[in-house]
Ligand binder design. Structure first.
Ligand code: FES
Length: 104
């Protein structure tokens, strides 16, 4: 079991829907979908594109480099050219704090 770390505040998502956070040596793409937050690895498994800069449509993000698609809820790959998913991290909200569970 990991440890939850604060990575952002909910008010940072008043207008934005996504951002890069770095915690525990990990680069994590944090997304707001509906009233929930999701965290997946930021680094595309194809050639390292930054998924936090990808286009978000509902719960799918498209890599900005070569358009692989990933499910932001699970990290699973949904479309090529990437063939492997990215890690997915548990998220919880505590007050205004968005916390991500970092594996130990
Ligand atoms: S680096 Fe993401 S699709 Fe190529």
């Amino acid at each position: 079991m990991g440890q939850y770390k604060k990575v952002a505040s909910t008010n940072e998502f008043d207008t934005a829907k996504q951002r890069l956070v770095e915690v525990g040596g990990l680069k994590i793409a944090l997304f707001s979908v509906g009233d929930k937050y999701y965290a997946i690895g930021d680094t595309c498994t194809h050639r390292g594109g930054p998924l936090s800069e990808g286009m978000l449509a509902e719960d799918t993000v498209t890599c900005p480099l070569h358009s692989a698609r990933f499910d932001v809820k699970t990290g699973k790959v949904l479309g090529p050219p990437a063939s492997q998913g990215v890690p997915s991290y548990n998220v919880r909200v505590s007050g205004n704090d968005i916390e991500v569970e970092i594996p130990s």
